[in-house]
Design a binder for this molecule. Structure first.
Ligand code: GCU
Ligand code: CA
Length: 529
């Protein structure tokens, strides 16, 4: 367990860098054990005791079915994070992955590898956000095999280091009203708060679902400052969901549109918009810990504000951080990606620690076309694209491109940087130049089990270093053109020596510091330096 001392040392270190302006709330740590067989835990299956080595009086043997969940109630002394250690045994030959949700919000996938025998108990650890009070933590299996046997959950909760709500912040809640003061006790609406917030101010969104039929826009000119971004943030420990299901599918029906600059959006879920979930037309923004899902075009897209926006004002220097985008699908099945910086974006946009999965088209799309010409170079790093081309419910659309990372379009050279990123089990290529004949820097990536090529380049002068490729679904060899040396291990019919480390089921979660932690076969994958 991390001691109080080490936590306050961490807080001091953060202050010393000048990164944190307000004092963190006092951090304290507490641990508790929750047995799966005892209330308030619930087990969709039977409580058994026939495999020794469990603690308490037994374990949860879930029904072997999708969604047959075990649920725990985890109490936390304050808003913050919890390290969850699930003790389980999986005597089946294959992994039994489960979606982890906390208070209804997705918090990652636990892969629950085979442990060889039903008495081979082991633990799987994940870090998740929690709020003060009772938290519902649910393990919901994603395959018909159901869950492994689940013995217990050990939860270590620590206080948040998020700056506490400030006196000048505006507060928004699902039941807020336009005319309200925007205080904690008299919350306002999001649209009203956006119109009232001062540059560099903060808007806190309380948890819950906000049902909208109309786009919520931060207009151009509503900017933070270079030294202090305007914050649009989930209230610490809470999970606001902007839900646009009332919209019909149409290009004008985006969810949250950020045309301002120097904003920091944090911790918000945007779902079911009639077009993009989040669209960023402004520059120098940070979009962090957002979840964009079930939107009817790309989950999070960057692009110019209007067709009249001059090229030098195309969105640039935006950072997308520790964000997840999944299950976005247009009805044509050919447009909705997880993330897109395409067609009309300027230089310096970065995706870091981001995850795109189960989108109907691609994980990432950096498409260009002759009408609008080249876009600025994009950096994608420490990120993960998996299962794209197939939605979580199994839907596939023949029109979908289904790549992990689609890095260009229509023979227009752009020198993107793609590093320390993973493509796993996508429906077509893992990484593809997609007719970008530029000089991309492609380094320290891992591409495994994609349906066609793990790496697919047919032209250009890209530089490949330290990349690894393992198994291709269709047996397609990788193809690169440019400068690829012996630091790479590409696939040409056999798995190289590195592949032993990259087998087994995929798992991932965001660590407390926002870092994306990916596991394969239960081992953490560390790429690059
Ligand atoms: C066996 C085992 C159970 C387990 C089940 C399963 O029946 O005894 O404990 O839950 O397999 O495959 O889920
Ligand atoms: Ca079972």
């Amino acid at each position: 367990m991390r001691s109080k001392e080490s936590l306050s040392l961490l807080a001091c270190a953060a202050l010393a860098t000048g990164a944190v302006v307000a004092l963190p709330t006092a951090a304290s740590a507490a641990s508790a054990r929750y047995e799966a067989e005892s209330a308030p835990a619930t087990c969709d299956g039977s409580v058994d005791a026939d495999h020794t080595g469990y603690t308490g009086t037994g374990f949860c043997n879930g029904r072997n079915a999708v969604g047959a969940a075990v649920q725990f109630t985890v109490s936390a002394g304050q808003d913050g994070t919890a390290t969850l250690a699930f003790r389980f045994a999986n005597g089946a030959a294959s992994a039994r992955p489960a979606e982890v949700t906390v208070n209804g919000a997705a918090a990652g996938i636990a892969s629950f590898e085979s442990t060889g025998t039903w008495t081979g108990w082991t633990t799987k650890t994940l870090t998740v956000p929690v709020r003060s009070g009772a938290n519902t933590v649910r393990l919901s299996p994603t395959t018909a095999a159901g869950l492994p046997n689940v013995d217990r959950l050990d939860a270590e909760t620590t206080g948040t280091t998020t700056p506490p709500p400030s006196a000048t912040a505006l507060y928004v809640a699902p039941n807020g009203t336009d005319g309200a003061a925007g205080t904690l006790s008299a919350p306002t609406t999001l649209t009203s708060a956006i119109s009232r917030v001062a540059p560099g101010g903060t808007i806190y969104l309380r948890g819950g679902t906000y049902a909208y039929a109309q786009t919520v826009t931060v207009p151009a000119g509503n900017n933070g400052t270079a030294s202090t971004r305007t914050r649009l943030s989930a209230y610490p420990g809470e999970r606001p969901v902007l839900d646009f299901s009332a919209m019909t599918e149409a290009p004008a029906n985006r969810g949250l549109v950020l045309n301002g600059s120097y904003w920091h959006v944090h911790g918000i879920t945007v779902q079911r918009a009639g077009d993009n979930g989040i669209y960023v037309g402004g520059s120098n923004n940070v979009v962090e810990r957002t979840v964009t899902r079930f939107n009817r075009d790309t989950g999070l897209q960057l692009g110019r504000i209007a067709s009249t926006t001059p090229r030098e004002q195309w969105p640039s220097h935006n950072l997308v951080l520790s964000a997840e985008s999944h299950d976005n699908a247009d009805s044509d099945g050919e447009d909705a990606d997880g993330f897109a910086a395409k067609l009309t974006v300027g230089p310096g946009n970065v995706f870091r620690h981001t995850v795109a999965h189960h989108n109907i088209d691609d994980g990432w799309d950096l498409y260009t076309k002759p009408d609008t010409g080249p876009i600025g170079a994009v950096t994608i790093e420490d990120s993960l694209a998996y299962g794209n081309g197939t939605l979580s419910d199994g839907t596939v659309n023949a029109n979908g491109d289904r790549n992990g990372y689609k890095l260009g379009g229509e023979d227009i050279p752009v020198d993107h940087v793609v590093r320390r990123s993973i493509a796993h089990g996508n429906g077509k290529h893992g990484f593809t130049y997609n007719s970008n004949p530029g000089s991309m820097k492609v380094s320290d990536n891992l591409s495994v089990d994609n349906a066609q090529r793990n790496y697919s380049w047919d032209a250009g002068t890209s530089v490949f270093r330290g990349n690894t490729s393992c198994r291709s679904g269709s047996g397609s060899n990788d193809k690169t053109v440019g400068d690829a040396d012996a630091t790479n291990q590409f696939w040409s019919g056999t798995n190289g020596s590195r592949c032993a480390a990259y087998t087994g089921a995929l798992g991932w979660s965001f660590a407390t510091d926002g870092r994306l932690v990916v596991t394969l076969g239960g081992r953490e994958v560390r790429l690059g330096a």
